[in-house]
Design a protein around this ligand. Structure first.
Ligand code: 6GU
Length: 262
């Protein structure tokens, strides 16, 4: 069976970009079983209510745990492609500005989990909250469920109106790491946040001169050793300028000996 991802949201149309480009192609090629669900489908009143006022007072609305519980449980009821029920471990991922930072390392973990890199494949369920968030008992309940891992993650230090845009980010970051999705897996290794923990070096293509700006001569020299050296230096300079926090956490043992005093 293809790796499975379920997204639950009150705005299923918000996830339409997942029909496009690399993720859309992975789905059409049968490399990914991605399903988007409308949270309101499991609401029980005639207004299909999913939220209510916060206990303790305060502004805004909070999403109801009973509605979320039914929606999350329902993602496991959907039969597999063979029509039979599936029992698989679940990673419940909740995008929230109060979460732990979402990183490339987490993307790799999730890709490994859903593709069954180490053991039976897990299902990944993304729960997109709106308003002031989801009643905290939802995370608590599923964290206590055998076979379920709950991860509350933030995609950065800014506030979004809901988890949907973050879910798009998480799905794209994970899906491109699934086996067979990126045609040339070499494009996965030289990237920012790849092995070395550095930002990517600047890249150039034709024309060699544009509006008075020239491509660095070394890149046109055909000297592969010199090109590699230049790119390595440029990556280090760029990282030091833009992300001093990353330089702090560089693993000295994984640096080229020549880089250690740059
Ligand atoms: Cl993951 N969700 C929301 N709603 N806002 C965010 C976020 C996530 N990450 C940063 N801001």
């Amino acid at each position: 069976a293809a790796p499975r991802i379920d997204v639950v949201t009150i705005f299923p149309e918000y996830l339409r970009p997942l029909e496009l480009s690399l993720v859309g192609k992975a789905r059409r090629d049968g490399l990914l079983d991605l399903r988007v669900h409308d949270l309101r489908d499991v609401a029980t009143d005639r207004h299909r209510t999913v939220d209510d006022t916060p206990f303790g007072g305060g502004a805004g609305m909070v999403m109801r745990p009973d509605v979320w519980g039914r929606a999350i449980d329902a993602t496991g009821q959907a039969p597999g492609p063979d029509g039979g029920p599936e029992v698989r471990d679940v990673v419940l991922l909740v995008p929230t500005p109060s979460g732990t930072p979402f990183t490339q390392a987490i993307a790799h973990e999730l890709a490994g989990a859903v593709s069954g890199a180490a053991g039976p494949p897990a299902r990944l369920v993304l729960a997109c909250g709106r308003y002031e968030g989801i009643d905290a008992r939802v995370a608590e309940r599923y964290a206590g469920e055998p076979g379920v891992t709950v991860r509350e993650v933030s995609i950065g230090d800014y506030v979004l109106n809901g988890g949907e845009a973050a879910a798009l980010v998480v799905v794209e970051a994970v899906v491109r790491l699934l086996p067979g999705v990126v045609g040339n897996p070499e494009s996965l290794v030289e990237e920012s946040f790849g092995d070395a923990g550095l930002l990517e070096y600047p890249v150039y293509t034709k024309p060699p001169s544009w509006v008075g700006l020239d491509v660095p001569e070394v890149l046109r020299s055909g000297h592969h050793g010199a090109v590699a050296r230049w790119r390595r230096d440029a990556a280090l300079v760029r990282t030091a300028e833009r992300r001093p926090d990353l330089v702090e956490s560089l693993d000295v043992d994984r640096l080229d000996a020549r880089d250690r005093d740059v």
